[in-house]
Design a protein. Structure first.
Length: 144
């Protein structure tokens, strides 16, 4: 521990200015996340709707404020065409994702891709998105 020292327990905002550390990437993500929350008024909206919880693959998805949030907590496995149910059929695009290089990610996702739902539209099957989910990633999608 730090022997209850406040010297080391305080916030050190200057860490984000050090190019040898990753705090600048964390700050960039924080700014983007807070801008999205402010723009979409996430805290003023109703409760989240759980869409998917997959304990085995460590994937969680929910909808809130017209957005779909998908989290892959899997440390080793990426998933191609992982099906996520969504509230409404249509076209979706990424509005935020943690794999951007600016956030310290690996740029494994193409943010220009438009995702069309499968199912829904009068069929008995609920609409879903088939997504590429890299390991340890969070995605936020908005319906167009």
């Amino acid at each position: 521990g730090n022997d209850w020292s406040y010297h080391y327990a305080r916030r050190q905002w200057s860490l984000a200015d050090n190019p040898d550390l990753r705090y600048s990437q964390l700050l960039a993500f924080d700014k983007a996340m807070l801008a999205l929350a402010r723009e979409r008024q996430l805290l003023a909206k109703g409760p989240a709707q759980l869409l998917n919880i997959d304990y085995g693959n460590k994937v969680l998805a929910f909808a809130r404020a017209g957005l779909v949030f998908v989290f892959s907590f899997n440390p080793t496995t990426s998933f191609a065409d992982y099906g996520i149910p969504v509230p409404t059929a249509g076209r979706y695009r990424l509005v935020l994702q943690t794999d951007r290089g600016a956030f310290g990610g690996f740029n494994r996702l193409d943010e220009t891709v438009i995702y069309d739902t499968l199912g829904g539209g009068g069929t008995a099957e609920a609409p879903r998105l088939n997504l590429y989910l890299p390991s340890r990633v969070a995605l936020v999608l908005a319906k167009q």
